[in-house]
Design a protein around this ligand. Structure first.
Ligand code: ASP
Length: 222
C-alpha cells in the first residue's frame, strides 16, 4: 500500500522589497518601484510551489528594505518566533528587500530560538522585468524551507541557487543577480527543487544564542 506523503506547512512572511516590485516596462530591471505586489499574488505566480509544500502568506509590511526600522525588525522577529513555536508550522520564509537582508538575517539569527528552517529571500529584478529572478528565488527558498534538514542552521539566505548562512553572508554587488556571498562560501545550493549541502554552519547562534526576541521589549527608543 502506498504511503501518503505529508507535505510541510510553510508560512511566508512578506515585507516588500524588489521581489514584490514592479516597473513600467520589461526593460526596467533597475528602475522600478519596490514593495508593490501583495504576497498572495506572488504565491499565485509560482504554481509549482504546490508540488513542494503547503504555503500560506502573511503581509507583515509592504516596504523597501531601506525603510526597515528597529521597531519593524522587532515586530517581524516576534511574529517569526511565534510561528516557529506553532506546531502546525514546519518552516518560515521571509520575503525581503535585498538592501538590508543581511542586517535582518544577522539580527534574527542572534535573537530567534528555533530549529525549524527559516529562509530569507529577495530578488535583484522586479517581477515585471525580463529575466526576473524572484520566481526562481522563491521556488528555491520554498524547497529549502520545506526540507526539515535545513533547520537549526541560522537564518538561511537563498539567492541565485545558493543557500547562504544568514550569520556570515552579505551583499557584494547591488547590480547583479549573484549579489550575495560569504567569505566562507555557500552552505549549499538548490537545483530544480533539490537541496545540496557543502559545509556545516556555525552552531553558536539560533538555538544557542544568548539573546531572545521574546523577552525583548517593543523598541523602547523608537
Ligand atoms: N531597495 C530594494 C529593497 O531593499 C532593493 C531590493 O530589494 O533589491 O527593498
Amino acid at each position: 500500500m502506498a504511503t501518503a506523503v505529508v507535505k510541510s506547512n510553510v508560512v511566508i512572511l512578506a515585507t516588500g522589497g524588489t521581489i514584490a516590485g514592479a516597473g513600467a516596462t520589461a526593460a526596467n530591471s533597475a528602475t522600478y518601484q519596490a514593495a508593490k505586489v501583495p504576497i498572495d499574488k506572488l504565491i499565485a505566480g509560482v504554481p509549482e510551489l504546490r508540488d513542494i509544500a503547503t504555503f500560506r502568506g502573511e503581509q507583515v509590511f509592504q516596504v523597501a528594505s531601506e525603510s526597515f526600522t528597529n521597531e519593524k525588525l522587532i515586530t517581524l522577529g516576534k511574529r517569526l518566533a511565534a510561528l516557529a513555536k506553532d506546531p502546525g508550522v514546519d518552516g518560515v520564509i521571509i520575503t525581503h528587500g535585498t538592501d538590508t537582508i543581511e542586517e535582518t538575517s544577522f539580527s534574527l539569527t542572534l535573537t530567534v530560538h528555533t530549529d525549524k528552517p527559516i529562509v530569507i529571500v529577495g530578488s535583484m529584478r522586479p517581477g515585471t522585468a525580463m529575466s526576473a529572478d524572484g520566481t526562481l528565488n522563491l521556488y528555491d527558498a520554498a524547497a529549502v524551507a520545506a526540507d526539515r534538514s535545513s533547520g537549526g542552521k541560522s537564518m538561511l539566505i537563498v539567492m541565485k541557487d545558493d543557500i547562504l548562512s544568514g550569520r556570515d553572508s552579505g551583499m557584494r554587488i547591488n547590480s547583479k543577480t549573484n549579489a550575495f556571498g560569504s567569505q566562507w562560501g555557500a552552505l549549499g545550493s538548490v537545483v530544480e527543487g533539490k537541496t545540496y549541502r557543502f559545509r556545516a554552519p556555525v552552531k553558536r547562534h539560533t538555538m544557542n544564542s544568548e539573546f531572545d526576541i521574546e523577552t525583548t521589549p517593543p523598541c523602547p527608543r523608537c
